[in-house]
Every structure is written in structure tokens, then in C-alpha cells.
Write a protein that binds this ligand. Structure first.
Ligand code: PLP
Length: 396
């Protein structure tokens, strides 16, 4: 099909829940994507912080292909070795103790919320528990995950949503404390808010929440779906602050494109019992093999070292851009998750960069988001700037 045909039929047959860019992507190699007309794009989106290892990594592809020929699925009535291996590696990498595999980030959030409700039900034998979430958060689109997503635009058409959710201000411990009641069973937040505009938490805030939760027997849930898996330069963002949650959600880069997420918990929070929760596909051998190989490759490719090194370089270059262009209000970020907030919408910048061979995305209408593959080099950063900077120059 031609590009035009794919786009037309896409609009005819796919439900229009996304305003897609006029690109038909065909294949990828390293940090580059290619469209079906052979044009090449430097990719600073990585399928929304998913493709950490870059495209077409031969070891990853081989692991997935081998598992396809062996066994793709068997249900959770049985054990399978790839999922067990992946779970062990996740436990070792995170400092958590138990893993439940899901098919998406949203489902990992659902499991985390159920874990908290079940924990509190066991704690005091009552229902009607409450969860505190943050303004400007993003946790997914199912009714449970949407209920803790602090964005009225996403929530309003679907009310009443689930009850007992209270919202507080990110990085403001007093505002969280003001929402605590004896019904509170969990506090959920992203250590670096992603979709909400790339806001890293302060160490003080996370430590304060940890103390608050310990004191009141509340579960602390960290959503590491976007900021975890090495994106900030440590395996999980919370490890930078030395604060562990009771429940952690992971997805996006975990499968590097294979649909797998997980929620992890410590022994204390392992409240779900046989019959309480399940998934037909969750943790099948195919995604288990993928996640397991991803975790191995993080080690052998020294991904965290690369994020620290190239992340610092990218951060410095974005600081320089922010100094140079008055329309840039602020630069925020850490490791390889950065945002440039502009005083006006960034859609035009994104489209122009695309025409010149660079894929960038936004986080909110005014924020340019940088979430490249974690294997990029300083040269890739320079190549990105060689496209972005002239575009900014023209719009000064
Ligand atoms: C992407 C994202 C989700 C939802 O994950 P899906 O795989 O799209 O369901 C949840 N939380 C955060 C922080 C995310 O970035």
C-alpha cells in the first residue's frame, strides 16, 4: 500500500482515538526509524519510552524468535521458565520481592490498586478505603487507572469513576498529609511525572511519603512505568533517592516492544491471594523470554552507565537551548527523560522536525519531550540538535 492508502484506510478502519502524525513507519534499525517511502528518522520518542535498546537488536530478536518456535503461551495454570527467570531478575534489580506480570502498564496499575484495597481489607476488615493520587499524574486509561489520573480532561466524560480517590499536589508533603484519613490505604505517584510534563520528585518528598506511610500503615505505590527501567540512570527512579515503595509498577521498556508490564510488591504488601487476581496472557513464555533478555542486555550493554553519561550531556545541551531561546520557559529532566516547556504549543515544532528527519513528541501541549532509546550516543544528541535548533531559530 502507498503511504496515502495506509493513512486513508487507517482512518476508515481504526477507531479515531488518536490524531496520528502523517507517517507510516515500516522498520527500525538502532536509533533510526524508516517510513514506507524509505525516509529515515532519528528517533527521540522510542515508541513512548519503550524501545530502550534501539530497534532490531539481534540478541533480543533472536530470543523472541526462539521462544516463538518453542512455546508462546500456556496460561497461568502452569509454570513456565522464561517468566520465572524474568521475575527473578526483576526482583534482583528492584529490591522488591514478588512479581505479577500484566499485558500493559494500565493493568499493572489495576493490580497495584487491588493490592492496596486488599491489604486494607485485611488490615481492618472494612470496605470504603481511600487512595491518594497526585494532580497532573498519568496512570492509564482503564476505569481504575483513570480514577487515579489527575487530569480532568481525561476523567470528566467517564465519571463517577471509582470512589474514594483524593488528589494532592506533587512535591508537596503537607498537601498529601491533608488528604490522609483513617480510611487511606495507599498513596500512588510517579517518581518522575511523565505525561504530566516531566516533573521529577524531590528526594525530600519521597522520603517524607515513605515515613508517612510507615507511620500510618499506608502502602506506598510508585508508578515506574515510564521513569523506571533505567531511564533516569538507575534501574528504577526511586533508587536514586534510596526510597523503596511497597508496590511498584513497570511496563514500557520492560519488554522493549513486547506487550508486558508488571506490578512488584514487598512481602508485606503481597496481599492478593489465589482467586483475587489473574490474567490469561499475563507472563506468558513469549513476553517472559523478552523481558528476561531485556534485563540481561541492560547488563551486557552497560545501559545504566550510558544513560548517566549521555543523559548528562543531553541535559547540558538542553540547558543551553533554554538559555538561548526566550520561548523556552523551563528545562526539566534527569537521565534520558527530559522536557522543554515552551510559552506556546509545540505541535508545529514537532511537525517541522519530522519533515527534517527527527521524531520528537510532546507531554502536554507546551512541552517537548525527549525519551530516546537508552543506547543513544553523544553523537546522536548532536544530530538531534542539528535538526531541532534551526527549527527553533526560525520560530524565535
Ligand atoms: C504509559 C504509562 C502508563 C500506562 O501504560 P500502558 O502500557 O499504556 O497501559 C501508566 N503510567 C505511566 C507513568 C505511564 O507513562
Amino acid at each position: 500500500m502507498t503511504k496515502q492508502e495506509v493513512m486513508e484506510q487507517g482512518e476508515q478502519y481504526l477507531l479515531h482515538t488518536y490524531n496520528r502524525y502523517p507517517l507510516v513507519l515500516d522498520h527500525g534499525q538502532g536509533v533510526y526509524l524508516y517510513d514506507n517511502e524509505g525516509n529515515k528518522y532519528l528517533d527521540f520518542c522510542a515508541g513512548i519510552a519503550v524501545f530502550a535498546l534501539g530497534y532490531n537488536n539481534p540478541e533480543f530478536n533472536e530470543a523472541v524468535k526462539n521462544q516463538v518456535d518453542k512455546l508462546i503461551h500456556c496460561s497461568n495454570y502452569f509454570y513456565n521458565e522464561p517468566a520465572v527467570e524474568a521475575a527473578r531478575k526483576l526482583v534482583e534489580a528492584s529490591g522488591m520481592e514478588k512479581v505479577f506480570f500484566t499485558n500493559s502498564g494500565t493493568e499493572a496499575i489495576e493490580g497495584a490498586l487491588k493490592t492496596a484495597l486488599r491489604y486494607a481489607y485485611d488490615r481492618d476488615g472494612t470496605n470504603g478505603h481511600e487512595i491518594i493520587a497526585m494532580h497532573h499524574s498519568f496512570h492509564g486509561r482503564s476505569l481504575g487507572a483513570l480514577s487515579v489520573t489527575g487530569n480532568a480532561h481525561y476523567q470528566d466524560p467517564f465519571r463517577p469513576l471509582i470512589s474514594g480517590i483524593r488528589f494532592a499536589d506533587f512535591n508537596n508533603l503537607e498537601s498529601v498529609k491533608a488528604q490522609v484519613t483513617e480510611k487511606t490505604c495507599a498513596i500512588i505517584l510517579e517518581p518522575v511525572q511523565g505525561e504530566g510534563g516531566i516533573y521529577p520528585a524531590t528526594g525530600e518528598f519521597l522520603k517524607g511519603l515513605r515515613e508517612l506511610c510507615d507511620e500510618k500503615d499506608i502502602l506506598l505505590i510508585f508508578d515506574e512505568i515510564q521513569c523506571g527501567m533505567g531511564r533516569t540512570g538507575t534501574m528504577f527512579a526511586c533508587q536514586r533517592y534510596g526510597v523503596l515503595p511497597d508496590v511498584m509498577t513497570v511496563a514500557k521498556a520492560l519488554g522493549c516492544g513486547m506487550p508486558v508490564g508488571a506490578f512488584l510488591c514487598n512481602e508485606k504488601a503481597a496481599s492478593l491471594k489465589p482467586g483475587d487476581h489473574g490474567s490469561t496472557y499475563g507472563g506468558n513464555p513469549l513476553v517472559g523470554a523478552a523481558a528476561s533478555k531485556v534485563l540481561d542486555l541492560y547488563q551486557s550493554l552497560h545501559v545504566l552507565d550510558n544513560v548517566q553519561k549521555v543523559g548528562a550531556y543531553l541535559g547540558q545541551k538542553l540547558d543551553e537551548l533554554a538559555d538561548k531561546f526566550p520561548k523556552i520557559v523551563e528545562h526539566r529532566g534527569v537521565g534520558l527523560i527530559h522536557g522543554l516547556e515552551f510559552s506556546e504549543p509545540v505541535g508545529g515544532i514537532i511537525e517541522e522536525c519530522q519533515r527534517r528527519g527527527l521524531i520528537l513528541i510532546n507531554a502536554g501541549s507546551n512541552i517537548l519531550r525527549f525519551v530516546p532509546p537508552l543506547v543513544i550516543t553523544e553523537q546522536d544528541v548532536d544530530d538531534m540538535l542539528a535538526i531541532l535548533e534551526p527549527v527553533l531559530e526560525e520560530r524565535k
